[in-house]
Write a protein that binds this ligand. Structure first.
Ligand SMILES: NC(=O)c1ccc[n+]([C@@H]2O[C@H](COP(=O)([O-])OP(=O)(O)OC[C@H]3O[C@@H](n4cnc5c(N)ncnc54)[C@H](O)[C@@H]3O)[C@@H](O)[C@H]2O)c1
Length: 291
């Protein structure tokens, strides 16, 4: 396929672009930052630029089969709330609108684990969390992710051929980030804000690739996280200490993810293959990675 990736210069985007190219796709990166030669410089808040660059760019491409929309201010607190809202909401509307005008019906878009209720100052309804309870955004950043998912639900109702897959990524990590992981164990509250989850960027890219391949008309949302937590301490102990009284559903396993990826496994064929435990060694991680 010829695939437009927005935000392809970013932390997740770089790996997504490389992965899709390795798989044989033709990839065009639309981003406002990045090294010359690796992107078409576009401000996605400017609809004129968006529709033009998605339709074609001289010397680059003359139309796309699919869009992977990753560009965003990627967290709360990086810009003012109003700037985060404006950038992310407008960029996403512009990308979705350009796809509509140009007849592109395959979209994979970056949502976020934050819609699950991060930082869980209000405890989750049950653990492991999944996609089955209504969104609980607790920041403007997360509110926009929720509004984007909601917008997609309406757009697929307007166009029965349209496929929008929202991937609710956990905290994205590169291999260099893993050296810090063994220290998390000392304080169970340090990473409680996302239920001790993470996603290796390479597995995030795998999820994008699988979502593109599995795209069916309609909207769907998937939590995308690593198969394990950032902790060596066992799940039962962490949950009892930090979230006493929260309903525990099923067997938590020792270090298995508490952000359920069962739906992504089942419907996308997603299976994380990277763990921080492989990177820092089983000794520092307190034992072998869970199966
Ligand atoms: N990093 C995480 O832990 C995490 C977790 C969950 C979801 N996400 C989501 O995944 C996506 C990618 O995140 P990331 O960590 O790679 O972020 P990043 O900041 O590294 O990359 C985002 C890219 O988007 C580009 N961008 C932002 N606004 C733009 C605009 N108006 N026009 C053109 N380009 C624009 C930036 O230049 C940047 O290169 C985002 O949608 C983010 O919200 C990230």
């Amino acid at each position: 396929m010829r695939i437009i990736v927005t935000g392809g210069s970013g932390k997740l985007g770089r790996t997504v672009v490389a992965t899709l190219r390795n798989e044989g796709h033709e990839v065009v990166n639309l981003d406002q930052h990045g090294e010359r030669g690796t992107l078409v410089r576009v401000d996605l808040t400017d609809y004129g630029q968006v529709i033009d660059a998605v339709a074609g760019v001289d010397d680059q491409h003359d139309g796309a089969d699919a869009i992977v929309h990753l560009a965003a201010v990627p967290a709360p607190g990086l810009m003012s709330d109003v700037a985060t809202f404006r950038n992310n909401m407008l960029a996403t509307f512009n990308v979705f609108q350009a796809a509509k005008r140009l007849g592109i019906t395959r979209i994979v878009t970056a949502s976020s684990e934050t819609v699950l209720g991060l930082p869980f100052d209000v405890p989750p309804p049950y653990i492991p969390v999944d996609e089955e309870y209504p969104a609980r955004p607790e920041s403007t950043y997360s509110l926009v992710k929720h509004l984007e998912e909601t917008m997609a639900i309406e757009l697929v109702r307007w166009n029965p051929e349209l496929s929008v897959t929202a991937l609710r990524f956990s905290n994205v990590m590169d291999p260099d980030d893993y050296a810090a992981f063994p220290d998390f164990d000392a304080d169970a509250t340090l990473r409680k804000w996302n239920l001790w989850g993470y996603i290796d960027a390479r597995d995030g890219a795998q999820a994008v690739s699988r979502a593109l391949a599995a795209a069916r008309p309609g909207f769907d949302r998937f939590i995308i996280a690593a198969a394990d937590t950032v902790m060596s301490r066992p799940n039962a102990e962490l949950v009892a200490e930090v979230f006493p009284g929260v309903e525990v559903r099923g067997d938590l396993g020792t270090n298995e993810t508490l952000l359920s990826i069962d739906k992504a496994r089942r419907l996308l064929g997603f299976e994380p293959v990277h763990s921080w435990r492989d990177q820092v060694g089983a000794d520092a991680a307190g034992g072998p990675r869970p199966a």
